[in-house]
Design a protein around this ligand. Sequence first.
Ligand code: FAD
Length: 653
Amino acid sequence: YFSMIDFFVLSAAGGFAMYWFFFRNKKQDQPTFKKLTVTPVVERGSSSGFINKMKNTNRNVVVFYGSQTGTAEEFATRLAKDATRYGMKGMVADPEECDMEDLSQLTEIENSLVIFCLATYGEGDPTDNAQEFYDYLQGGGTDLDGIKYAVFALGNKTYEHFNAMGKYVDSRLEELGATRLIEVGLGDDDSNIEEDFVSWREKFWPIVCEHFGVQATGDDSSIRQYSLQVNEDLPKEKIYHGEISRLGSFNVQKPPYDAKNPFLAPIIANRELHKGGDRSCMHIELDITGSKIRYESGDHVAVYPMNDPDIVERIGKRLETDLDTVITLTNVDEEASKKHPFPNPTSYRTALTHYLDIQSPPRTHILRELAEYAEDPKEKEFLMSMTSSDGKDKYNDWIVKDHRNILAILDDLKSLKPPMDHICEMLPRLQARYYSISSSPKIHPTSIHITAVLISYTTRTGRSVKGVATKWLADKPVTDGKTYTVPIFVRKSQFRLPFKPSTPVIMIGPGTGLAPFRGFLQERDYLKKEGKPVGETILYFGCRYKAQDFIYEEEINQYLKNGSLTKLHIAFSRDQKEKVYVQHLLNKNKEEIWRLLENGGHIYVCGDARNMAREVHDMLERSVIEQGNLDATKAAEYIKKLQSKGRYSCDVW
Ligand code: FAD
């Protein structure tokens, strides 16, 4: 995707940044600055929304987030907390809930600053909650003269439009007259986004100090955001049991269903697709009868999983906490828009099972807070050493590469005794998992199919790890007389069959990348049987061994036989000495690809974003160069045009 993070320009403030960086932990060496005086309360009601709130609560820093999986929101929260360490006062805000036109009024607040933590989603798109803000900026925006801002972008280099959203906002704000305090931070989730964030932030705050003439308060101690209340004797119906938003929504289900109100879909099929080998791929059917949920081929279904009860139990034991204690965690900042870290009141067990991500390796701010609870000074120092950018190699090695989750850390550092409520406050929210729907509503209007590989691996420390969602789904057979349900919602995608069925299509989907194409094939087959003129339908599929992981083999062969699938190009990577992948097959079929493109054909790619999608892109470009007699620049333009016209789409993860 894009360029490297070493983008940062060490500007005039750079020297100072280095100074601060090396000496910030030594109190006596801290630079002295004038203390910031926060504007006193300005007349209430003079402006609406977030500006008003900032004025009324003496805040001068607002951190907006565009978040799809929670990371941008988490970074925003950390930056808002940071502000207090510099005598400033920050708040986190969701652009979806704010009138972003008010941004220009930030100048009414003395020494004010706006920070954006913005993730890029899909093909260079904003996240759902930042879409309106994006449209607003694209549609013109407003004069932002006098506004000070900073952007930290979150993205993934394996995707073509690396950090497109963050970069766009960063340059658009400048165009509108705002003053950038620091070069946009480019977080790369493919490498180590935590490290990128920590490095950016270590450069950012010294610049803020210099710009506003504020200084670090020197109080680096942990800041608790939530206060704990233990609720005894609460009736069951007053306690959350995993609902995402509305209490009781899992007992009395009401449409419409969305991310905040998922539908509990019964699993009506769950079978193994692999015929051998030690890996597993599941075909799951979810019943949506009566839910009023509609979907189209190419859409995604989101699943809210539950954590492994065994891990939950072990965390409870290790921290000597009764997991059935019912608690409420309330934000000590009464003005904060987020009152609780997750739905409250609930039990520790429910929080660890439904709401918290207990299986990902924790980020450095968690290690920092954990360090406070290490009784052994060596363990404390060890944890602290991983939290600055000096310690990034150690963090990478011990946490990331070893895949140490919170339980593994607690098990390996015996003197750590954090209280359970602080653990619950620190850990990020457990996120829904997305799956490319592998059915067509034309054939299956009342069910949604998923094709998912069970994640299973052993870490370097010998711990066996299973994917949260895929293990949870794997443990839900339909044979044992019990009906399991899964909280789901559908997310619309741009991955669509051509409007006219007569348009030819090329589908490239190795492994589980086949998922949406199973839906596409069902749809084209249905239309053909209805007597519609259906264009050429070509599928590229790849797997390791024909005898083991050729998923949906019978169905595909049936479509080949009846002509709904015109051609199947298949690569079994390990059935011969030389590894063969779909990319290689594309290379052999450049003529066919060019012919279909020139006939108005559409190309679809689904599956692995890291290698496959990129190599397929290169192959396509090569086809266009060789067959279309275009030079590299013209070929790239040709491909760009295909993308913008919706004739070349990727659904990769
Ligand atoms: P998690 O608990 O989330 O664990 C996954 C993590 O484990 C990885 O991120 C990686 O850090 C680590 N990991 C995995 N394997 C290894 C290894 N061998 N060694 C070390 N670490 C490892 N998945 C499908 O199967 N089918 C689909 O159709 C599909 N469609 C998707 C569509 C979209 C739009 C997106 C965003 C994702 C899609 N996914 C699909 C991926 C899916 O959402 C989940 O990420 C996947 O099922 C794993 O979830 P999990 O909770 O089981 O694993």
